[in-house]
Design a protein around this ligand. Sequence first.
Ligand code: PPY
Length: 302
Amino acid sequence: MSRIAYFGPQGTFTEQAARRLAPGEELIPAETIPAALAAVRSGAADAACVPIENSVEGAVTATLDSLSEAEPLVAVAEALLPVHFSVLTRPGTTEIRTVASHPHALAQVRHWVEANLPGAHPVATSSTAAAAVAVDAGEFDAAVTAPVAVEHYPLEVLATEVADVRDAKTRFLLVRAPGELPAPTGADRTSIVAAATNRTGALAELLTELAVRGINLTKLDARPTRNNFGEYRFFIDFEGHVAEPRIGDVLAALRRRCRNVRFLGSHPRADNGTTEIEPGAANEDFTDAIAWVESVRKGAQA
Ligand SMILES: O=C(O)C(=O)Cc1ccccc1
């Protein structure tokens, strides 16, 4: 059985994602996202499940930063989970002055709280389930949690299906130490992080390498390197798998342009996305073109 570290404690959205991505495996809660990833780097866990992006709030920056630092890790699978919240209180609570949760959850229920719990102060906790723990301990009055949290903590449900934005989703990754990659499926996603130098056109050059090969970008995030003000790392997701000639070709080009590029994985997409291939950008076009150059080098003109 594999040991899967996840961003806990018990009852987080990430635990639900870990159950989906690694059914039947041993799940080990970690206090923070960096701690879940550190467990893989140290060998204490075989893989980690962490949130990477939310359709309302955007990037989960703790995950981006931890993936770009320390020992490299690669994403081997992803899950897309619908996100709506329950609001939990201690039995007998009559007045709600504080509402605790993960910042991403608080941001997604702000209007609901203003309308239904006027005057209540939002308080950030490390995760949604950590908010439930704190409410149980009497630190805050209400917790905004995943629906499953009520099964783990002795709290009462004040409201369910709470969300300012309908159909919000969060994408989660299953991350391992570099090793065997998942096989290409035809609907895959590849992720990299590149520290572009601070000069005119540096990011445009990287994106142009993708564009000229007809490779569709699925996400772009920037995070400061924290070393020099104004220097950024760019997290770029695009369609395709490193095993494909066209993706191998673009990775080689990105590496030529930028020595500081880290491969963060190729894995099947969970969003039913299809890969549109532009004329001249199919894998066969790349292999045919290389074969043609070879024939030219050998003196033939095929
Ligand atoms: O705190 C949790 O439950 C998490 O797994 C992170 C999170 C927070 C808010 C929305 C989706 C995931």
